[in-house]
Design a protein around this ligand. Structure first.
Ligand code: ZN
Length: 438
């Protein structure tokens, strides 16, 4: 089949085609903001009550400067709105629901109109296009299908772009490898944990030569640079960090471009703000804080200033790719992941950072916290490719770096590659055994 060049370049990096008149764009964005606030106040029982209680007159929200006047929306409030009190579109227009995982308490049910489903597919297609996926690619979608948003969200984006979906869904590694090698999968989508598991498995079985993989798109859990480097090295591919959350469409609202300077997000559909999680006050651009998202065009369940609990920062430097879509940094941590140890608040991401600056350590680690005689004790197991004769030195330098960088003492244990359990979903890295010992 003859393929002309123009056809191929459709999937390559967006740049000039996306140039926009910034003044006009921001004016339209503010119009969308003012419309969505009025729409939510009129149509969502949840927001009608919430905005009335906060004394907000929706017509007064006209510009981005008015945004901080709106109250935040929290996950807990949406749980209390179970199942559909936050729905704004009439049933006749709703075509689908999804649900958050609900691991703690009631899940959040998210209704979508056809327009929402289309918008989501469009954003996902943009994400894939940004990574360089084109219509000739074969894209293996390993996240789950069903109430969970990931699988179907990716599939819709792949189809919108015109590439081929291989909808394997999660698990069944044998089948995954068979499809990858027999169908010549060129793009792999999943959690980074599963990406690593598949990479190690392919390497172990010596089937790398049968693969045609060139791009990996991973999301749904935070993953560090070491892990990224390891997956890229084993598979010899470029990888991309895709961001999203069930409450706001699902995955596909932000992704990094081939320059990997940060994650571009779709500001024609969303407003991203970063706030100080303790005070709720906006922080200056470039400073780390909690990401807060407002949907501008969502009909089924619009969200105003939704607190994501994800910590990041707005990147102010323009990206060399030329895309006009602004960027946030990779997610540093979730506020829920904070561990208090010896009275110091730490995030697993900080330990991961120390691991990255300590030569000789690999990507996989496990943190265990115990309490003995009233004292917290932190043990970190970490994998290394080095020979076991070097492990004692590595343990010492890792512990020293943890002390200098984070200010806490930890006992470090170096183990061989593959010693820690691999996951087909998200890797559990922190085991806090203190409560069970009380
Ligand atoms: Zn870029």
């Amino acid at each position: 089949m003859a393929v002309n060049k123009a056809e191929l370049s459709k999937g390559t990096l967006v740049s000039l085609e996306n140039q926009r008149d910034e003044r006009r764009f921001q004016r339209e964005r503010e119009e969308k903001l003012s419309r969505v606030v009025e729409y939510a106040a009129e149509n969502s029982p949840f927001y009608r009550k919430k905005l009335a209680e906060a004394g907000i007159n929706p017509v007064k929200i006209k510009t981005l400067l008015d945004l901080p006047d709106l109250p935040f929306t929290t996950k807990e409030e949406l749980r209390q709105a179970y199942p559909l009190k936050a729905q704004a579109a009439p049933d006749v227009e709703v075509v689908r629901v999804h649900s958050s995982s609900g691991t703690t308490g009631k899940p959040i049910i998210i209704p979508y109109t056809q327009y929402d489903v289309d918008t989501w597919a469009e954003m996902m297609a943009r994400c894939l296009k940004m990574t360089g996926v084109n219509r000739l690619d074969r894209v293996q979608v390993t996240p789950g299908y069903g109430l969970w948003t990931a699988g179907i969200g990716f599939q819709a984006g792949v189809e919108r772009l015109g590439a081929i979906t291989i909808p394997t869904g999660p698990g069944n590694t044998e089948k995954q490898l068979e499809m990858m090698s027999d169908l010549g999968t060129s793009v792999l989508i999943g959690t980074s944990s599963y990406g690593l598991l598949l990479a190690e498995e392919c390497s172990k079985r010596g089937i790398m030569d049968h693969l045609r993989l060139r791009i990996g798109v991973f999301g749904s859990e935070r993953w560090g640079e070491r892990m990224r480097a390891r997956i890229e090295e084993i598979f010899a591919i470029d990888t991309f960090d895709i961001y999203g959350l069930t409450e706001i469409y699902g995955p596909g609202i932000a992704i990094d471009c081939p320059y990997h300077h940060g994650l571009h997000y779709w500001d024609d559909h969303l407003i991203f703000e970063v706030i100080d999680p303790a005070t709720g006050k906006p922080v200056p651009d470039g400073i780390q804080g909690e990401l807060v998202i407002t949907t501008l065009t969502k009909q089924g369940m619009p969200l105003l200033r939704y607190r994501t609990r994800d910590l990041t920062r707005i990147i102010t430097e323009p990206c060399p790719c030329g895309s006009p879509y602004p960027q946030i940094d990779r997610i540093f941590a979730r506020t829920d992941d904070m561990i208090k140890i010896h009275g110091v608040n730490i995030y697993p991401g900080q330990i991961e950072h120390v691991l990255e600056i300590t030569p000789g350590l690999s990507s996989e680690y496990e943190i265990t916290i115990t309490r003995k005689e009233g004292r917290d004790s932190l043990t970190i197991k970490v994998e290394s490719q080095q020979s076991s004769g070097e492990w004692t030195d590595l343990e010492q330098s890792f512990a020293r770096n943890i002390k200098t960088k984070i200010g806490i003492s930890a006992s470090c244990e170096v183990i061989g590659i593959g010693a820690l359990k691999r996951s087909e979903k998200k890797t559990k890295r922190v085991y806090d055994l203190r409560e069970s010992q009380l």
